[in-house]
Write a protein of this length. Structure first.
Lengths: 477, 510
């Protein structure tokens, strides 16, 4: 027996609900299908994760051409690549030591790329200045978020550091908080009003939280995951004012900022709104905003490129933040390059622009069509309803289970939506995630569906869901 | 009120009329920050990382000054501080880059300019990726097919000793793997706080990680007079001492060594394993330089291989984690952040915790995973790319070997510098004898003597090295770490300049 059983309790307490169970079963079923042991469907339809490419969407051509040229610069001699691709690859390679993407870069990222990101931010925010000194590139926004948590959370204190997080919120973030030893203070989003954030709810949560821990940070996900909601400008102002009054550090996870669909919907960054709120607030409220190449039209989850922009940080603390970022040598260079391409994509007049624009637009159109179809199908089904999708890659429909279904789940000692998902997977091969993984109000149940997938796949998924759901509701009525 | 608060307060008053600010509840017009030096996580304050520390910052500044046309006694800064092969002109392996390009932009699979063996590897890798794209998330542990390929590579390397792909974890570089493993190991309070044994000198990732985790660093000294060899009696001494104030749980070895370059003998590895078994220590074997072996009579023995050849008494009990990456050896692909860890005899419950830990960060960069796959599946003798591949690999390693020998020869001719043979890895860690006057001046400047030396060297010659104090050394001794990576001709110049500087320095401070 190993002495290692005595490992750090922080890691041991990591909560992993049914994640393993559902994914494991999906993998098993795939094997069964390959071995010819299943006849009711011929493949598992995976709408469980926010992965654009896994869902069959092709990467953006311009992005992959630039990456290929960076990997293998001999391609720059080729006629096959468009001029703007070659120019961009050349510029980026000249920023790498030895002209190779295999070299280490500056720990916070290649200077030219940080500049490019800062310019993107300034353009996005209608001119609000952004300095590359406040930008740190990491291998994904999650990594950057974890480093900020490391700065904020005092795990050795007798009074735990508290972080306010929305319910629902995505599972791996909860894990990350627990791993760092933070106390989680949940605040509920208002489902009936489209998952809006009410400051009153924040206030209530904070008040409760203060009884047992020391709340220092407020985590916001906007656009929301899994909810797909977008905060109005007014709502963002209210939250910022709340953070100012209550002395909270704002962690604004904005990775879905370029996936916006509703006609009347516009993304406002926390930074932009903050900058327009008068100097008492705009120069004092501390903010960290996160973005990455994993979502949006890029969908390059596997390349691991993300950044954080720090606003109003104490200069001495920022110096330590810089050190924390530099103990890991540097972020993956390919991920950094992808960030540059995201922040500065082809413009009208560039040879690659027509293709790029078409590819990016078609993803947006596809998602819009999918959400329209989802609403159509759900409107015909009893016991399932969905708030309008404004942004992001997921819908989070509410399942209204009949009492019989709840009892059945209780007997099986499982959350009803988890059990629903397991049976949905088993009987139709559709893999979606249960609401219990994200948190939800007591006695409410949900599933999370990925919607950024090809229309025919979405249709297939909806048919499978419809069939199963009708049967399910009938059986438990 | 602090100065910065005062400034904000004044600004706030000036602007109040213009913007009509809402006053906060208690009427204060400024807000104290949430995150200050006092409220910040105190563990963060202990984080230092010499390889990118103040001397590198000064080097970067000097580069800027040169660009602006400021005159200096040199025309370029030579960064011999960091183990970055490509930055110093080493060329990537053609085959690897071809495969990656094909993976990135699969349209190229139709391009006749790429060899068939590269295409077949790219095709196979893409099939193992979600949606056939490097851009899809992989599982947190790493793409299964790639872990299987790595397992087979390890089996070939270790003469057939079985490797279970399930014991392979892919990471964002070996550093990521090392820190993750340390996270699992560190626990307890006070007397029972985890102690981790690490060599002096060491690669400062370890000391930084231990500081961040608030673990107890247990230093064991390598023997400079004996080629930086590892002495079991020194391990024993360090351990006994440590037991008085902490709970020693792990022993870290870097083989081949960084910064010292020593290659452990097989006997030494066996002794270390026996020691770890007897003292119930978790072994962490950092083997990222395993292909960088230069000295005659030196050979790389993986800890795993030696462990399993020592019989069941050891191979069934000793807990081991071995680390490797794409950053060093002949690949030099640091920027890809590709690395893996193989665990042996890990408690199953602990393995569950490890799996959870890695799931938090989603997945390692897929291009790095793909690169690892090609590294462990290089061209075979009957394949079109074989000849070029072998030539490139051989030339690269031979050049490093040549430079390793040249470095130790030249430095040992310099009075005041004594250099152990560079048996492996990519660095030399010579001892410099500093005159008392120099040491005094350093103290007056508030610098460690070797930092003082290195800063002066930088200012006068443009050569950037890392002072030995960043790696740890015996009290009263001073060193610097220099890479052997610059191209041969440039390296000759660097060594000549160091010789000149050293002579001048000795004269100046005698």
């Amino acid at each position: 027996m190993s002495f290692m059983k005595d490992i750090t309790p922080l890691v041991r307490n990591n909560f992993l609900s049914g994640i393993d169970v559902l994914s494991r079963r999906a993998a098993q079923i795939t094997v069964e299908i390959q071995q010819g042991e299943r006849t009711n469907y011929n493949k598992v339809l995976d709408l469980s994760s926010g992965d654009l490419h896994r869902g069959g969407i092709k990467p953006i051509t311009f992005v992959r051409q630039v990456l290929a040229a960076c990997f293998y610069p001999a391609l720059l001699e080729d006629d096959s690549l468009p001029l703007d691709v070659k120019q961009r690859a050349e510029i980026l390679l000249s920023e790498c030591d030895g002209g190779s993407i295999g070299s280490y870069t500056d720990s916070s990222g290649i200077a030219k790329i940080k500049l490019c990101v800062s310019q993107y931010i300034t353009r996005r925010d209608g001119g609000v200045p952004s300095s590359p000194d406040n930008i740190f590139i990491k291998s994904g926004s999650q990594t950057a978020l974890m480093i900020m948590l490391k700065l904020l959370i005092r795990s050795k204190d007798s009074c735990q550091t508290g972080v306010l997080i929305p319910v629902p919120t995505y599972a791996s973030f909860t894990l990350a908080l627990e791993e760092q030893g933070a106390a989680i203070i949940p605040y509920h989003l208002c489902e009936e009003q489209g998952w809006t954030l009410h400051v009153e709810e924040l206030r209530k949560a904070l008040h409760t939280g203060r009884k047992t821990c020391n709340p220092v940070a407020l985590y916001i996900c906007n656009p929301g995951n899994p909810t797909g909601h977008m905060q109005s400008r007014k709502s963002i102002e209210e939250v910022i004012r709340f953070a100012a009054e209550e002395k909270l550090f704002i962690l604004a996870d904005e990775v879905y900022q370029s996936c916006v669909y509703g006609d009347d919907t516009e993304f406002y960054s926390y930074k932009k709104v903050l900058s327009e709120m008068g100097s008492t607030i705009s120069s004092t409220v501390e903010l960290a905003s996160f973005n990455s190449v994993s979502k949006g039209f890029m969908g390059e989850c596997g390349l691991r490129g993300g950044y954080v922009e720090l606003v109003n940080l104490d200069p001495a603390v920022k110096e330590y933040a810089r050190r924390l970022f530099s103990t890991r040598s540097c972020p993956p260079v390919i991920g950094q390059i992808a960030l540059d391409l995201m922040a500065d994509p082809p413009k009208p007049g560039d040879p690659s622009f027509p293709t790029f624009s078409e590819e990016a637009q078609s993803i947006k159109n596809m998602i819009c069509k999918n959400t329209g179809r989802i609403q159509e199908v759900f409107s015909e089904l009893p016991g399932i309803s969905c708030q309008p999708l404004k942004a992001g890659f997921f819908v989070f429909p509410c399942l209204h289970f009949p009492p019989k279904a709840i009892k059945w789940a209780k007997k099986r000692q499982m959350e009803p939506d988890m059990l629903y998902c397991l049976h949905l997977l088993e009987e139709t091969g559709l893999h979606v995630r249960p609401g219990c993984e994200y948190g939800q109000r007591k006695d409410s149940h949900h599933i999370r569906l990925f919607v950024a997938t090809q229309q025919n796949i979405m249709e297939d998924a909806l048919q499978r869901l419809k069939t199963f759901h009708m049967r399910f509701m009938k059986e438990f009525s | 009120m602090t100065k910065s608060n005062q400034k904000r307060f004044t600004q706030a008053i000036i602007r109040k009329g213009i913007y009509g600010d809402t006053m906060t509840e208690n009427g204060c017009q400024y807000r104290e920050r949430v995150l200050t030096m006092d409220t910040m996580n105190p563990n963060v304050k202990r984080v230092e990382y010499a390889v990118r520390g103040p001397i590198v910052q000064r080097a970067v500044q000097i580069e800027r000054e040169l660009k602006m046309g400021i005159k200096k006694p040199f025309t370029e800064v030579i960064k011999a501080n960091i183990g970055d092969c490509h930055a110093m002109g080493q060329k990537p392996i053609t085959f690897f880059r071809q495969v990656l390009a094909l993976c990135a932009y699969p349209d190229l699979l139709e391009d006749s300019k790429f060899p068939e063996d590269a295409k077949s590897r790219a095709h196979r890798i893409l099939q193992a990726c979600g949606g056939g794209s490097l851009g899809a998330y992989s599982t947190s542990q790493g793409i299964e097919m790639i872990r299987q390929d790595i397992a087979r590579y390890i089996e070939r390397r270790d003469g057939g000793i079985t490797c279970d792909p399930d014991n392979i974890y892919l990471f964002t570089g070996a550093s990521d793997a090392i820190v993750t493993m340390l996270k699992l190991l560190v626990s307890g309070e006070g007397m029972s706080r985890t102690g981790v044994m690490i060599s002096i000198p060491q690669y400062p990732l370890y000391s930084a990680a231990l500081a961040e985790l608030a673990a107890v660093q247990i230093s064991y000294y390598l023997d400079e007079d004996n080629c930086w060899s590892l002495d079991i009696s020194e391990l024993r001494r360090a351990l006994q001492e440590a037991k008085k104030h902490c709970s020693p749980r792990a022993l870290c070895i870097i083989n081949p060594g960084n910064p010292t370059g020593q290659v452990q003998s097989r006997q030494c590895i066996e002794d270390v394993i026996r020691f770890a078994a007897a003292e119930k220590l978790f072994l962490m074997a950092d083997e990222v330089y395993q292909d960088n072996i230069y000295a005659d009579g030196c050979k790389f023995h993986s800890f795993k291989k030696v462990l399993f050849e020592m019989g069941l008494e050891y191979s069934e009990k000793v807990e081991l984690a071995s680390f490797h990456s794409t950053s060093k050896c002949y690949m030099g692909e640091c920027g890809f952040r590709g690395g893996y860890m193989e665990v042996v005899n890990l408690d199953p419950e602990v393995k569950v915790q490890l799996t959870k830990l890695v799931s938090v960060r989603l997945c390692p960069p897929v291009p790095g995973q793909a690169l690892l796959d090609v590294v462990v599946n290089p061209p075979q003798p009957d394949e079109p790319s074989y000849d070029t591949f072998i030539k490139e690999r051989t030339d690269t390693l031979a050049a490093l070997g040549e430079k390793a020998n040249m470095t130790q020869e030249i430095l040992n001719q310099v009075p005041g510098i004594k250099c152990n043979p560079v048996q492996g890895a990519m660095y030399t860690f010579p001892r410099i004898h500093l005159p008392p006057k120099a040491i005094l001046e350093a103290k007056e400047k508030g610098q460690t003597p070797d930092m003082f030396y290195c800063m002066k060297l930088l200012e006068e010659t443009g050569i950037c090295l890392v002072p030995g104090s960043g790696f740890g050394q015996r009290d009263g001794t001073y060193h610097f770490r220099m890479t052997i990576l610059p191209p041969k001709e440039k390296l000759k110049i660097v060594l000549a300049k160091i010789k000149e500087f050293q002579q001048h320095f000795m004269e100046q401070y005698s």
